[in-house]
Design a binder for this molecule. Structure first.
Ligand code: NAD
Ligand code: LMR
Length: 331
């Protein structure tokens, strides 16, 4: 017997990431090849955006995806989040050249208040939320605060793109296959203060630090390349990453939906309960394992040396500063 469809909301569905993401969800790459989906595609109440959304829906129809059971097109969050099991919050302004992601807080923060409220009122009881719109950690914090009654552990923000970037850089440097790099990990904020951890990452099962044997590169170019990759893509393309961002979101949700293989973890921003000395309540990127039944846990016992501790302190400080800027949005 075929499974009941999962309802997946995507905000910003007519945007760049939406265009790269929706066919991946509809083709089964997010929830599995036997899992039907219903897409709730949410845009702003603007004639141009809604016309573009209609075009995206026409293209999805033309793909004739066997798993795509229905589509809901709307600019009303109360309709868009009705009964959804997953909410992918992508819709927000992207940064342009010369901006940091938290320069977007003023423009984007308020979006997540209304969406959080609508999710609390209308989504399915098991709803889970993945925030991509930048600055995603703090937007997820806003959404979590606004969505009264929805358990805090349901809110995540995306550092999977940074993890994938770190994995790719380490593989290229060590001249190994991407699958030879495991345990690549991002601590903290999806921003220039993020901490790509090359001590706990492994290459063919050995510490990446020991295999690469180039501390200056790891602490210098590697760190900077991963931290600044988003800006480098904006400089090259004129617009921010979309294909790799959509791919990372597929990875993020799929890996929370399925059980994490033994001995592995993924970078996911979740609400801190104080683990690793991170202040409670911050949406912080940690090593996460999923139980495949909707639950997750922070992997404990990873070693944080003085270098990592110092970098983590800086990313915590930035997240606390961002929270200070937006806390007035939450009455
Ligand atoms: P885009 O401008 O191409 O598309 C954004 C879409 O969101 C637009 O169609 C816009 O109309 C829509 N939108 C705006 N406000 C909305 C709202 N309140 N409800 C519903 N839809 C709304 O931008 P994009 O390139 O798709 O990027 C979207 C966001 O994702 C940006 O904030 C960007 O910075 C962020 N991003 C995050 C990561 C990450 O790793 N976390 C990676 C890439 C991009
Ligand atoms: C990225 O990391 O590519 C995105 O967050 C977009 C950006 O503004 O850098």
């Amino acid at each position: 017997m075929s499974k009941a469809p999962i309802r997946v909301a995507v905000t910003g569905a007519a945007g760049q990431i939406g265009y790269a993401l929706l066919p991946r969800i509809a083709s089964g790459q997010m929830f599995g090849a036997d899992q039907p989906v219903i897409l709730h595609m949410i845009e702003i109440p603007n004639e141009k955006a809604m016309a573009a959304l209609k075009g995206v829906a026409m293209e999805l129809e033309d793909c004739a995806f066997p798993l795509l059971r229905d589509m809901v097109l709307t600019s009303d969050p109360n309709v868009g989040f009705k009964d959804v099991n997953w909410a992918c919050l992508v819709g927000a302004k992207p940064r342009g050249p010369g901006m940091e992601r938290n320069d977007l807080l003023k423009d984007n923060g308020a979006i997540f208040v209304g969406q959080g409220r609508a999710i609390a009122q209308h989504a399915a009881k098991d709803v889970r939320v993945a925030v991509v719109g930048n600055p995603c950690n703090t937007n997820a914090w806003i959404c979590m605060q606004a969505a009264k009654g929805v358990p805090k552990e349901r809110f995540t923000a995306m550092t999977r793109l940074d993890q994938n970037r770190a994995q790719a850089q380490l593989a290229a440097r060590a001249k190994v296959a991407i699958t030879d790099v495991t345990g690549a990990l991002i601590w903290g904020n999806h921003s220039a203060t993020q901490v790509p951890d090359f001590y706990n990452a492994k290459i063919k099962g050995k510490s990446a630090f020991d295999v690469i044997q180039d501390e200056a590169w790891l602490k210098g170019d590697f760190l900077k390349t991963v931290q600044q990759r988003g800006a480098a893509i904006i400089a090259a393309r004129g617009v921010s990453s979309a294909m790799s961002a959509a791919n990372a979101l597929v990875d993020h949700v799929r890996d929370l939906h399925m059980a994490t293989p033994a001995g592995e973890y993924r970078s996911v921003c979740v609400c801190s309960d104080g683990r690793y000395g991170i202040p409670e309540g911050l949406l912080f990127s940690y090593p996460i394992r999923s139980d495949g039944k909707g639950g997750w846990s922070v992997v404990q016992g990873l070693t944080l040396n003085d270098f990592l501790k110092e970098k983590i302190a800086a990313t915590v400080k930035e997240l606390e500063g961002e929270r200070e800027i937006v806390k007035h949005l939450i009455a």
